[in-house]
Design a protein around this ligand. Structure first.
Ligand SMILES: [Zn+2]
Ligand SMILES: [Zn+2]
Length: 129
């Protein structure tokens, strides 16, 4: 196997704003990435930032997310969507599927899409149906 050189963690920031979604990054991967670095401020701050950057005409987004139980960014990942099964790892102690330690790379979406990529699936818990 060819060794892969990882970029230095302390390199200069890219010229573009690191708190903006990358070219084909989807809403959910973006929000998950931002929550990891910045946390949730109990609003849809990151979701709306994504919308403004990528799909400013998607004015119904907050309502759509709220309808799925996502009234703030972290609830989106708690109530509305979860990482698809094929990306989860089995915890050998509890035999439960868990999110991997490192978030997988976004599978990519159309540039103006506000829908999640193939890495995510709708939660079908009590709230959903
Ligand atoms: Zn929250
Ligand atoms: Zn994604």
């Amino acid at each position: 196997m060819i060794p892969v050189t990882t970029p230095a963690a302390t390199g200069p920031f890219p010229p573009d704003d690191p708190t903006l979604p990358t070219a084909r990054e989807c809403l959910l991967c973006y929000v998950a990435r931002m929550l990891e670095d910045h946390g949730c401020d109990t609003s849809l701050r990151w979701s709306l930032r994504f919308r403004d950057a990528r799909s400013p005409t998607a004015t119904g987004l907050a309502r759509r997310l709220g309808g799925m139980g996502g009234f703030c960014d972290c609830e989106l990942l708690l109530n509305a969507y979860r990482l698809a099964r094929h990306l989860c790892v089995r915890d050998l102690a509890t035999d439960e599927l868990e999110a991997p330690a490192e978030q997988p790379d976004c599978a990519g979406v159309r540039r103006t899409s506000t829908h999640p990529c193939a890495n995510w699936e709708r939660q079908r818990g009590l709230a959903g149906r």
